[in-house]
Design a protein around this ligand. Structure first.
Ligand code: ADP
Length: 540
């Protein structure tokens, strides 16, 4: 290539080309660059293809330090894959933006982008200019979005005890590892979102939903807690496990007597001295506990530990206590319960205590795992979903699944228009584009047709993953759609033989689908506009 070469002349004046070997840069230009980039991106999207839909496969991803992740969540696979190629990285970001804004559809968006790129490559090979391809794709995308908006359906998501919200969450969970508990988890997701939702303003504050996981127990033990959960237990096994109408003292000072400074010498020469010292220590503890009791507090949360003596005295004085609570959690509890964090026993007073309806220690069946739950906090409606499962891998995956389900429910509350899944929405958009293209005089018609073709890839992939013949299935679906415009045909992934997604209740939010189409189109434009790649040669 031109940059790595220069012209020289030999002793007879004949020119020859020197390739600078030490120049460690590889450069690819023009169609060659586009082709290379498209292929890299498609390699990534092909990898995700088998993970799409309820029959999608899971992937095992092993990180460099040996951590194992099992998932079929597009965003997670992309995040954990160590993608080096600079253009393939754009697809990783694509999946992440879908995840950040919508939460689900992270696999679909990458597959769509891959299909669009494949179409684009065909068009480039035919001699279409990349920018014409982009323009055609964008116009087609606009048509698709308009058509989906026009044919979308507005749902009353709160009717029948939030039936539709639950169904949407179930659809989202059915393709995941946790699918055997999908109904329970879906119900938890719906309850959690409704707890923090402002229905009138159609707003959901996601910050108020925490998803915490603790390996151990089983998925069935997963539960919704209307408050905060911390991974600690009461400091003494015989302390009360439940404190109703809690008045919480949050202390950042340790329950221990002041340490003698090193420059003082402490000499204990006989039993009498020792007894005196012991009594003095006891006095300190007694005073501390008195301070706490006098403030009106009935439970102590302490950033530091305390020794056995203090622990015993707390227990004897019927003052349940939690020790070694981390700084972040201390602040969270203080905020939620309206407590002030107290650095010295002498500063304790009634108005500095935090309030909660109940603080309790929960155990899990036969294990000795314990956690502290603070419910009915004075200052917040925050809820925590506590995810349990056999091992860390399952808990992590269940947390991701729940995140998706929470997003789906939130999205439906914010905008309750839906389109149907199983490839239905994509095929409807595809048919509409084809219809419009027939009247399109400009050469963008080719690109628009390419876009319409690419949309078929979703139903193809879903069919393939369910063991059906992709082309036959998609052709059949398209025909049925043309003949019955009121029905919403889609791929029957679970082999139940009904293809009307309305009857099967397989739907996705309009917003999610629109976002998928727009993000995929944008990223394809970005990739097509690159016609020159300079990179250190090891990356090319
Ligand atoms: P994503 O990460 O993109 O959400 P999923 O693996 O969850 O990927 O698959 C979602 C796709 O599977 C969507 O196209 C959705 O319409 C389809 N789908 C989900 N459940 C069903 C079902 N029961 N029947 C047919 N298609 C389904």
């Amino acid at each position: 290539s031109a940059q790595g070469q220069f012209l020289a002349f030999d002793e007879f004046g004949r020119p020859f080309i020197v390739i600078r070997e030490q120049e460690k840069r590889a450069r690819v230009k023009g169609l060659e660059a586009q082709r290379a980039n498209i292929n890299a991106a498609r390699a990534v999207s092909n990898l995700l293809r088998t993970s799409l839909g309820p029959k999608g496969m899971d992937k095992i991803l092993v990180s460099q330090d040996g951590d194992v992740t099992i998932t079929n969540d597009g965003a997670t696979i992309m995040e954990k894959m160590d993608v080096k190629h600079q253009v393939a990285k754009l697809l990783v970001e694509l999946s992440q933006s879908q995840d950040n804004e919508i939460g689900d559809g992270t696999t679909g968006v990458v597959i769509l982008a891959g299909a669009l790129l494949e179409s684009a490559l065909n068009l480039l090979d035919k001699g279409l200019h990349p920018l014409r391809v982009c323009d055609g794709f964008e116009r087609a995308c606009e048509i698709a979005v308009k058509h989906l908006e026009a044919t979308s359906q507005e749902l009353d998501v709160f009717a029948n005890d939030n039936e539709l919200l639950k169904k949407a969450a179930v659809t989202c969970l059915c393709s995941k590892v946790v699918s055997n508990r999908q109904n329970e988890l879906a119900a938890i997701a719906v309850e959690a979102v409704l707890d923090v939702a402002d229905i009138k303003r159609k707003d959901v504050n996601f910050e108020h939903i925490k998803v915490e996981g603790k390996p151990g127990g089983s998925l069935e033990d997963t539960c919704l807690i209307r408050g905060i959960v911390i991974d600690k237990d009461m400091s003494h096994p015989q302390m009360a496990k439940v404190v109703k109408d809690a008045k919480i003292a949050i202390l950042t000072c340790p329950f221990e007597p002041p340490k003698p400074k090193t420059k003082h010498k402490l000499e204990i020469s006989n039993a009498e001295d020792y007894r005196k010292l012991y009594e003095q220590e006891q006095q300190y503890f007694v005073k501390m506990i008195e301070d706490v009791k006098n403030s009106g507090s009935n439970i102590v949360i302490c950033q530091w530990g305390f020794d056995d003596e203090a622990n015993y005295l707390l227990h004897a004085n019927k003052l349940p206590a939690v020790r070694w609570v981390g700084g972040v959690e201390i602040e969270l509890i203080a905020m939620a319960t309206g407590a002030r964090i107290v650095p010295r026993f002498s500063e304790l007073s009634s108005e500095k205590l935090g309030r909660a309806a109940c603080v309790r220690e929960i155990g899990f069946g036969t294990t000795d795992d314990k956690m502290i739950v603070i419910e009915g906090c004075a200052n917040t409606s925050a809820v925590t979903v506590l995810v349990r499962g056999g091992n860390k891998m399952i808990v992590d995956e269940a947390k991701r699944c729940l995140h998706d389900a929470l997003c789906v429910v939130r999205n439906l509350i914010k905008d309750s228009r839906i389109v149907y899944g199983g490839g239905c929405a994509e095929l409807m958009a595809s048919l509409e584009i084809t219809k419009v293209v027939d009247m399109e005089p400009s050469i963008e018609q080719y690109a628009m047709r390419g876009f319409a073709d690419a949309l078929e890839d979703i139903s193809n992939a879903l069919a393939e993953n369910s063991g059906l013949n992709p082309i036959e299935t998609t052709t059949w679906l398209k025909n049925e759609m043309k003949n019955n415009p009121d029905k919403r045909y889609g791929v029957d992934c679970n082999g139940v033989g009904i293809n009307d997604m309305k009857e099967l209740n397989v739907y996705e939010s309009l917003q999610s689908k629109v976002q998928q189409l727009q993000l995929a189109t944008q990223v394809v434009r970005m990739i097509l506009k690159i016609d020159d790649v300079f990179a250190p040669s090891e990356y090319s």
